[in-house]
Design a protein around this ligand. Sequence first.
Ligand code: NOJ
Length: 694
Amino acid sequence: MATSIQKAKRLLTKMTLDEKIGQMVQFGRIKLNEKNLVREGKIGSFLNSRNVALVNEVQRIAMEQSRLKIPLLIGSDIIHGYVSTFPIPVAEACSWNLDLIESSAKHAMTEAAADGIRWNFAPMVDIARDPRWGRIAEGAGEDPYLGAQIAKARVRGFQAKGKNGYPLAAACAKHFVAYGGAEGGRDYNTVDMSEHVLRTTYLPPFKAAVDEGVMSFMSSFNDILSVPSSANDFSLRQVLKGEWRFDGFVVSDWESIEEVIAHGIADDRTSSALAGLKSGVDMDMHSGVYHDHLKELVIKDKKLELLIDDSVLRILKIKYDLGLFEHPYTDPNLRDEVILNKETVEMTLKMARESIVLLKNEALLPLSKEQKIALIGPFGDDPHTPIGCWGAEGNHKNTVTVKMAFENAGLDFVIAQGCDSIDPKVEWIQEAVDLASHQDIIILTLGERQDMSGENNNRAFLDLPGAQLELLRALKKLNKPIITLLFNGRPMTIPETVEKSDALLAVWHLGLSSGTAITEILFGDVNPSGKLVTTFPKTVGQIPLYYNHKRTGRPKFRRYIDCDEEPLFHFGFGLSYSNFIYDKLIMKKSRLGKKDKLEFTIDVYNDSDIDGQEIVQVYYRDLLAQVTRPVKELCAFEKANFKAHQLKTLSFSIPISQFGYYDPEMNFIIEKGNFALWVGPSSIEGIASEFTIR
Ligand code: NOJ
């Protein structure tokens, strides 16, 4: 049996230059007047057409009426669910549950594939250290190790095998690279970082995606090392296709090849196409510069056809790997079977439960169902916000709001909005306060609407919008317990909200089972288990603020005269209704050779009457190195289930390569020396130990 690449090579020999270029061209939503181009083999891919009949119709033209019968590849953004909406990715990441995250990705992709979508522009694996950046919602947070594990899980889920034995879809690791480093958190902005930081912090999740067999990459909008990513020989040819031997293909972001003109490194569309081709961007998303100009470029310089051949081979290989030549069409009846089916909807609930992070609990939660509740705030019955920033085909009509879930649970409650989520008008506050004054407890929904995070939804202020804080202040005067549910797409700067709330949960934009998951946690049917994957600053002036910052020469100096440098909530932090006690960190060996593994056990005891889950985190510090290293770095974790009063001895085995780093010449080295180790419930707690690499 010929392999995909052999088949692709054979096909390539039959292709005209026009047909080759056609494979490198991606158009937007399918338009009927583009049928002729498909027939002529001048389009290889479309994006964002989510209609199975239309997809099959154009596929039929490609398969029956074009000369070489090369199937089209239909791409779309399935970021956190398709019709069944899952929690936004940063929320899912807070579960630290890799199996669940993989399963969420698989369910989302199964639904989308039923509409003929066989290529997903996900996972977004950008490290994000700046919560002003709206796209922090789409990633897995600030840590490269956790980000790498989650990148792999999502790739496995999206590329899981479908019924015909081929992957459901090709995943796409994006945005390559360092897109999350946008200056000032302003989307699409310039990125300025050293190659060292790039390799240490921003590249690992991408490398992990390659190791997991991701089929495609997307080049980003930003520049990196002063060259736009979609014309960047270093990131694409040297690192991705060279060092990492990536054998899939690279698509540009939306018109990002043409945008190199605006970046000022090409003076017209033709030279932008040349820059994209030379740097290794294999497919042009939407701008048409490859469609319009690659041919004239090859006529002028025949050698360029070799680059085109390489790109086309990569694209064809993936089309073969996906089984598209054998199974080009999608059974239109599949939708009925998979869309919003019971199992998928249940999966949205499981994922939502574990995405919630309990950030404060003054012995108030879980609540008893007997109390009279006031459900106040703009999000209590808002079905739109939980749909999140990448709604895809998600429909707010499928959302279970908190109000609906309270009704389903037969709770005794009254409801008032109190204020709008954005508008600063205060007229409704008094009515809400009056209503709440007759109740036992207040459950207050505060936060950000879904359109305040995600692409190009950056914020300069990260506090509660509109009159939300005034609402909280007014309710506080009632002297009743307040439980705040924070509907957030990012870390927010809310110290006063934390202080005035007796309990606080980050509930994010949680998808269609939002209200059910929240209610189960409030009343103790489910024990919260999420932990933060992004630091919450106290104020915007502290940004960037992340746990794995570098060591400096003057660590004890105060950084600000008007604010301390402690975050509001640390990376890895999250409470449970159980109380976990860590004890007996026992190292198997603390002097290790370079081929050894760091092996140790830790006892964790659930000192409570309630079953729970704990995310046990392992951090280390390299005490002496040739370059400045972070104060702490996550190097392993395990999420484990505990019965009430159960003691577990957990074993860890970490390869020594995990403790390597890039030297000043960018060689990855494992160096002899001493290391500090911590095992605990967050990035600032834990039992300390040490080890040596000899
Ligand atoms: C632009 C976004 O940056 C990218 O993430 C997305 O995949 C494309 N648009 C296509 O929708």
